[in-house]
Design a protein around this ligand. Structure first.
Ligand code: NDP
Length: 444
C-alpha cells in the first residue's frame, strides 16, 4: 500500500466519527500524492505525514456560565494547536451548536496550509465551542466568553497561540475575551486578532476575508482571460465573509444577486443592497426576511437554493459542505464558469470534482479565504510595533498577498503538471513550506 493510503487509513482508524476531519485530510493527501511518492522513503522514515495529521496539542475543557434566569449552563470548549512549524498557532474560534472536536480538527488542519500560503510566519490552530450566541443577551455572551477565557488563557499568548474570530465570534465576542485575558494576565498584548480599533485592532480586518476573496477571484479570472466586470455573482451566507465579498464585488463592477442565512435565502436581481444587508445582519442581528421586507426588488425563499440561480461566478461564504453535487450540476447547467470558496470547505469533494471536470475555475478556501488570517497576521505585526497602519496600507498589502497566493498555487499546479488544478496547487504549495520547516526542526 502506498504511504499516502496507509496514513489516510490510519487517520480514519485513530479518529473515529470525525467525517469532516477525514474529508479534509483526504483532499489534502490526494493532492500531495505526486509530491510524496517522489520521495516516499524519506517522508515515511521521518513519519512526516503521521506528524502532519496529528495535532501537536488538543484541549477540551468545560465552560460553565450562568444565564439570565440564574440557571447554570455548561458548554464544551476546544482549542486544537495543530502545527507550529512555521510560526505561532493562528486560527479562529467558532461558536456554533454544531461544533465538536472533529470540526475543529478539520478547520485546524486546513489552517496549516492556508497560513503557509499567505507567506507569513503563522502556524495552524483552531478552536471554539458548541455555545450558540444566537438569541443570547449581551450579558450571557459576556458570561460565556469570560468563562471560556478563564481556561483558555493558560494556553495562548502573543508568541504562542493567537486566536481570532470565525462563525459566531465577531467583534463583540473578541472584545469580551480580550478584556478577560487582560484581567487574568495583566498583559496588554496582541493575543487575539479581530480586536476593536480602539484597543489594538487593525483597519480592514473586518473586510479582509471578503475583500481578499474578490482580489484572488479577480486575479484568477484575469489569468484565464476573463474580466470580473458585469459578471453576475451568486453568494451564500450573510455573515462577515459574505457581506464584504458582496461589497467588494460591487466595487469591482460585478453584480452579486444572492445571499443566505441558516433559514432562507434572498434573490435580488437588482443587485444586493449592502447597506441594507449590514443593517439587518450586523446591527439588528435579524433574519433575511427583514431584508426582503425593505427591498421591493428582492425575493425571499425558505431553505437552501442560492445555487439554483443563474450566475457567472459562485462564492460559497456560509459553512462547510453547503455546495453539493446537485448544486454543482445546477451551476454548470447555468454556465457558471468560476467558483471561489469564501467559507472553509463549503464544496463537497464530489461537487469539486464535477466542477473541475466541467472546466469550471475552482479555487479552494484555504487559498481564496486566506485574506482574513493574513490581515490578522498584519494586526499582530502592528501590535508588536505599537503602530496602526492606515486602511489603504493594510488593504494594499492584503491585495498583494492575495495576488501572490494565486500565483503561488498556479505555479505549483503547473510545476507538477496539473495546470489549472488550483486545489492541488494550494495543497502542494502550502505543504512544501511546512514540510521543509518540520524536517529542518528534527523529530519534534
Ligand atoms: P458568520 O457567523 O459571520 O456568518 C456565517 C453565515 O453563514 C451566516 O449568514 C449564517 O447564518 C450562515 N451559516 C452558518 N452556519 C450555517 C449552517 N450550518 N447552515 C446554513 N447557513 C449557515 O461567519 P463568517 O462569515 O465569519 O464565516 C463564514 C465561513 O467563512 C466559515 O466557514 C468560516 O470558517 C469561514 N472563514 C471566515 C473567516 C473570517 O475572517 N471571518 C476567515 C476565513 C474563513 P445565520 O445568520 O442564520 O447564522
Amino acid at each position: 500500500m502506498s504511504y499516502v493510503d496507509e496514513v489516510f487509513d490510519l487517520v480514519v482508524a485513530k479518529n473515529p466519527a470525525q467525517p469532516e476531519f477525514h474529508q479534509a485530510v483526504k483532499e489534502v493527501l490526494e493532492s500531495l500524492r505526486v509530491v510524496i511518492e517522489a520521495e516516499e522513503e524519506k517522508y515515511r522514515k521521518d513519519a512526516l505525514l503521521e506528524r502532519l495529521v496529528t495535532p501537536e496539542r488538543q484541549l477540551i475543557f468545560r465552560v460553565p456560565w450562568v444565564d439570565d434566569k440564574g440557571q447554570v449552563q455548561v458548554n464544551n470548549g476546544y482549542r486544537v494547536q495543530f502545527n507550529s512549524a512555521i510560526g505561532p498557532y493562528k486560527g479562529g474560534l467558532r461558536l456554533h451548536p454544531s461544533v465538536n472536536l472533529g470540526i475543529i480538527k478539520f478547520l485546524g488542519f486546513e489552517q496549516i496550509f492556508k497560513n503557509s500560503l499567505t507567506g507569513l510566519p503563522i502556524g495552524g490552530g483552531k478552536g471554539g465551542s458548541d455555545f450558540d450566541p444566537k438569541g443570547k443577551s449581551d450579558r450571557e455572551v459576556m458570561a460565556f466568553c469570560q468563562s471560556f477565557i478563564n481556561e483558555l488563557y493558560k494556553y495562548i499568548g502573543a508568541n504562542t497561540d493567537v486566536p481570532a474570530g470565525d462563525i459566531g465570534t465577531g467583534a463583540r465576542e473578541i472584545g469580551y475575551m480580550y478584556g478577560q485575558y487582560k484581567r487574568l494576565t495583566g498583559l496588554y498584548e496582541g493575543v487575539l486578532t479581530g480586536k476593536g480599533l480602539s484597543y489594538g485592532g487593525s483597519l480592514a480586518r473586518t473586510e479582509a476575508t471578503g475583500y481578499g476573496l474578490l482580489y484572488l477571484t479577480e486575479e484568477m479570472l484575469k489569468c484565464n482571460g476573463r474580466d470580473i466586470k458585469n459578471k453576475v455573482i451568486a453568494v451564500s451566507g450573510a455573515g462577515n465573509v459574505a457581506i464584504y465579498a458582496i461589497q467588494k464585488a460591487k466595487q469591482l463592477g460585478a453584480k452579486p444577486v444572492t445571499c443566505s442565512d441558516s433559514t432562507g435565502w434572498i434573490y435580488d436581481p437588482a443587485g444586493i443592497d449592502v447597506d441594507l444587508l449590514k443593517e439587518v445582519k450586523e446591527v439588528k442581528r435579524a433574519r433575511l426576511t427583514e431584508y426582503a421586507a425593505a427591498r421591493p426588488s428582492a425575493e425571499y425563499h425558505e431553505g437552501k437554493g442560492v445555487w439554483s440561480v443563474a450566475c457567472d461566478i459562485a462564492l460559497p461564504c456560509a459553512t462547510q459542505n453547503e455546495l453539493d453535487l446537485e448544486d454543482a450540476k445546477m451551476l454548470v447547467a447555468n454556465r457558471c464558469f468560476a467558483v471561489a470558496e469564501g467559507a472553509n470547505m463549503p464544496t463537497t469533494m464530489e461537487a469539486t470534482e464535477y466542477l473541475q471536470q466541467n472546466k469550471v475555475l475552482f479555487c479552494p478556501g484555504k487559498a481564496s479565504n486566506a485574506g482574513g488570517v493574513a490581515t490578522s497576521a498584519l494586526e499582530m505585526s502592528q501590535n508588536s510595533e505599537r503602530l496602526s497602519w492606515t486602511f489603504k496600507e493594510v488593504d494594499s498589502k492584503l491585495k498583494e498577498i492575495m495576488v501572490n497566493i494565486f500565483h503561488n498555487l498556479d505555479d505549483a499546479a503547473k510545476k507538477y503538471n496539473m495546470k489549472g488544478n488550483y486545489v492541488a496547487g494550494a495543497n502542494i504549495a502550502g505543504f512544501l513550506k511546512v514540510a521543509e520547516a518540520m524536517t529542518a526542526q528534527g523529530i519534534v
